[in-house]
Design a protein around this ligand. Structure first.
Ligand SMILES: Nc1ncnc2c1ncn2[C@@H]1O[C@H](COP(=O)(O)OP(=O)(O)OP(=O)(O)O)[C@@H](O)[C@H]1O
Length: 503
């Protein structure tokens, strides 16, 4: 490419939120056809920096240039007009629209009814060029999460983005979808599009980027060409100052069955699930996402009712239960959707810390909330779990993903559960936070808790589980001790092969 003028140049960007300096005098440039990995611990300021480039925030100081020309980006509309597109971790789409309506929304002037054919042609062009296809007539509400993300990318390209910002794009994708995304990124590169790739998955970052920029506490601390010499350990040191700690499982004696599922059917016509988890045991549920894992967790946690079957905790049946009753029976549940089912983003950290015990002792007396007790409890949890920033009054939705996860782990573990259901515990977390969550799980295991670990991350399943069960089409198709399991065998079962009887 002859013209190497950066597509996007950020110079001296500073952004404060109250006391927190989210970005500190940051310089950042993205050239045509370049994929830049943006790395850093949870809360390092990556999303804030890109939100500034996308017009969601105005910087307190600093300047922006697009294709070498000074630009003022006061809104996302400005950013889009300047050829900048951003795909967030959580997609916001109108469920009742079709794919095509969704793409055309807001473009009425140019792509009104008359341009329907032109829009279809553009969609076909994007599919052909980048392998990013979607049926234009499908309802957005019917799309799987990976397809919704693809729609977001297509929407950015539809609006002729030259800069594409992807915020943790693979956290919701299957391995196959990730491969598809990588091919699309490679095709975009050859077309001269620049890609900013925010991720905690270091293997992926090393595989797909040309350069990495590392942020720490709001500032850029490294800017390195990805020349094949970068290592995960080296990147972790740049991000957090030390090598990541890998928490490992040491074999130990397990106790009696604490969680027993007998004949549990997640829906009519699905096969029954029989599974026991003993005290001090971690059973990892492996599976390609979308195979009923969420319904499985919700059925056990009392969020939804299973179509049939019995759930026992410490030998006692707790059927037809609500989340509150399951909690009273000794079950804690940490769902994968932190800001949906787990936390209320607009409420302060202190309220979220007692959410499931709101209005109950020791946080209320005779129906009156004891705000002091709630605040004291939250302060203690913030200190013990190093939740940053340490401000119990802050709405929890403003915390970074890793700190939200720490908060929910802190809250649920305070209940000293007999049984823990935890789904995708380290999705979107940095290496330090991952080690933290894994250490907490090992501590609970040592204390005799029965743990059901649902994760799309096979490495994590193998690292922590005493036994591995595979979920496929809403049923457990095999279960075995980790010592007997192989990645290839589990992978096969995840795709519907080699079905064995549940252990
Ligand atoms: N709107 C806001 N109001 C107050 N504080 C905020 C806001 N947005 C972000 N922050 C704070 O700014 C800091 C940087 O957050 P940011 O989301 O940019 O980090 P990140 O590197 O993207 O983290 P993660 O990897 O967890 O997504 C954090 O301390 C966060 O709590």
């Amino acid at each position: 490419m002859a013209d190497d003028t950066p597509l996007l140049t950020l110079t001296g960007i500073t952004k404060r939120f109250g006391e927190v300096v989210a970005n500190r005098d940051v310089d950042f440039a993205l050239r045509p056809g370049e994929v830049v990995g943006l790395l850093g611990e949870n809360g390092a300021g990556k999303t804030t920096l890109m939100n500034i480039a996308f017009g969601l925030y105005r910087p307190d100081a600093g300047t922006i240039a697009v294709a070498g020309r000074p630009a003022v980006i006061g809104s996302t509309a400005d950013a889009i007009a300047l050829g900048i597109g951003m795909v967030h971790q959580h997609t916001h789409v109108v469920a009742r629209h079709s794919v095509l309506e969704n793409l055309m929304a807001g473009l009425a002037g140019r792509y009104g009814l008359i341009d329907h054919t032109a829009a279809l042609a553009r969609l076909a062009e994007i599919a052909a060029a980048y392998g990013l296809g979607l049926d234009p007539d499908r309802l957005v509400g019917d799309l799987a999460i990976g397809e919704k993300q693809r729609l977001d990318i297509i929407r950015a390209l539809f609006r002729k983005a030259r800069v594409l910002i992807l915020d943790e794009p693979t956290s919701v994708l299957t391995p196959q979808e990730t491969e598809g995304l990588f091919s699309a990124i490679k095709a975009l590169k050859t077309d001269g599009v620049g890609v900013v790739y925010i991720s905690h998955k270091l293997n992926e970052v090393r595989a797909i980027t040309d350069r990495v920029v590392v942020m720490r506490r709001g500032a850029v601390v490294a800017d390195a060409v990805n020349d094949g010499t970068l290592t995960n350990a080296g990147l972790a040191v740049l991000m957090c100052g030390h090598e990541p700690e890998r928490i490992t499982r040491t074999p130990h004696q397990t106790g009696a069955a604490r969680l027993e599922l007998a004949g549990l059917r997640l829906g009519r016509g699905t096969r029954p699930i029989d599974l026991k988890v003993q005290g001090g045991e971690i059973v990892g549920i492996a599976g390609v996402s979308g195979n009923g894992q969420v319904r499985f967790a919700e059925a056990i946690a009392g969020v939804t009712s299973p179509a049939a079957g019995t759930i026992r905790i410490d030998g006692k049946a707790v059927n037809a239960a609500s989340p509150r009753r399951m909690q009273e029976a000794g079950l804690a549940y940490i769902p994968e959707d932190r800001l949906g089912a787990g936390l209320v983003g607009t409420l302060p950290v202190s309220d979220n810390m007692v959410l499931s015990r709101f209005g109950a002792s020791p946080f209320a007396h005779f129906g009156w909330l004891d705000r002091k007790a709630m605040a004291a409890f939250a302060e203690r949890q913030i200190t013990d779990y190093d939740i940053r920033p340490p401000d119990a009054k802050l709405p929890i939705g403003l915390l970074s993903g890793g700190n939200q996860q720490k908060a929910i782990v802190a809250r649920e573990l305070a209940l000293k559960p007999k049984v823990l259901i935890i789904a995708q515990p380290t999705r979107g977390l940095d290496v330090t936070a991952i080690a933290f969550v894994h250490r907490e799980l090992m501590r609970l295991r040592a204390e005799g808790c029965a743990i059901l670990l649902i994760s799309d991350d096979l490495d994590e399943i193998f690292q922590l589980s005493d036994r591995i069960a595979v979920m496929y089409e809403s049923a457990i198709v095999c279960a075995m001790a980790v010592e007997q399991a192989t990645v290839a065998g589990i992978g096969l079962a995840m795709n519907g092969g080699a079905v064995e009887a549940p252990a």
